[in-house]
Design a protein around this ligand. Sequence first.
Ligand SMILES: Cc1cc2nc3c(=O)[nH]c(=O)nc-3n(C[C@H](O)[C@H](O)[C@H](O)COP(=O)(O)O)c2cc1C
Length: 341
Amino acid sequence: MAILMTPELAQPDTCLRIGDFTPKTNLFLSPIARFCDLPFRLVARSCGGIGLACTDLLSPHGLLKENDKSMYLAATCPEDEPLCMQLFGEDPELMAKAAQWAEAHGAVVIDINMGCPADKVVKKDGGVALMRRPEAATRIAQAIVEAVKVPVTAKMRLGFDACQQNSPQLARMLADVGIQLITVHGRTGAQRFGGDVDRSGIAAVVEAVADIPVLGNGDIKSPQDAKEMIDSTGCAGVMIGRRALSDPWIFRDTHAYLTTGTIPEPPTFDQRVELVIRHFKLLVEYRGPRRATMDMRQRISWYARMLPKTKSLKQNMNRIGSPEEFYEVIGQYRATVAGST
Ligand SMILES: Cc1cc2nc3c(=O)[nH]c(=O)nc-3n(C[C@H](O)[C@H](O)[C@H](O)COP(=O)(O)O)c2cc1C
């Protein structure tokens, strides 16, 4: 079992290792169900700075049956490297088989979801429910570690709820059976996305598993936030989720800030619009025109956060029914904003 981390942030390119795998940066793209599919990962990677990107949570049943939904969620290609595939579930044998499937289909890291608070996952004892059953969680981890050659990681919260904040103890148990990196979202499962991120809770995990890297996660919205997370918790790197949906350049900017202390010029209006168009083209390529159109209706509100004068863009995009209408709406928006500046 490998691993290590030095506190030397001046060279983050070389300071984080996950077993035999050394990511180029210590900045990871979070799994975000329904959003972190192949088209989005390709778009986000094209902006630079990502050390490792993760799929959305994947069902072991779905992977092993190779059903359409799971095959779409696990789809990858050479430009999508390096890739982590995240599994959720509670059956060690099934999870181990799914991990072997993931390893055979392009995953260089396998992550176990121990943080999802969604009812349908928790009801089946998966996601954050595993934090209530640390022995069961550890059995799953051990089964996967024994089944694959690639490194195995786990993503958790501070605990199931305020009364059961056992992330340091669980992280230790997982590290002892060969888990090579822990990501901690600094909230409990019961908090879902409410309340503040508790960085001291993340620091406690860092202390508990000094022999493997820990990633801090939660509410990182700027390079400065990432640096504060690292400085205040001692974590080896960060995982960024929601901010990447509106600003995929966050990884490039954060990497520059951590290594040089400066943040590059922000992308221009045209570059942001071009990125939305590129994303749409990839959605059409991988999902087909109808689903791409539906998908972009949802995604535009995230991109709109970083664009000016988006009221009519959001309204019109919400009504698009075909790729032609997408191009018409984005073209009109571009011309209107360009004409008003
Ligand atoms: C819509 C949505 C879907 C998510 N799906 C997953 C998931 O599939 N697996 C997972 O481990 N975390 C999932 N998360 C949690 C994120 O990975 C991340 O831990 C959380 O959003 C906090 O980070 P952020 O503030 O940078 O977004 C999801 C979060 C959101 C908002």
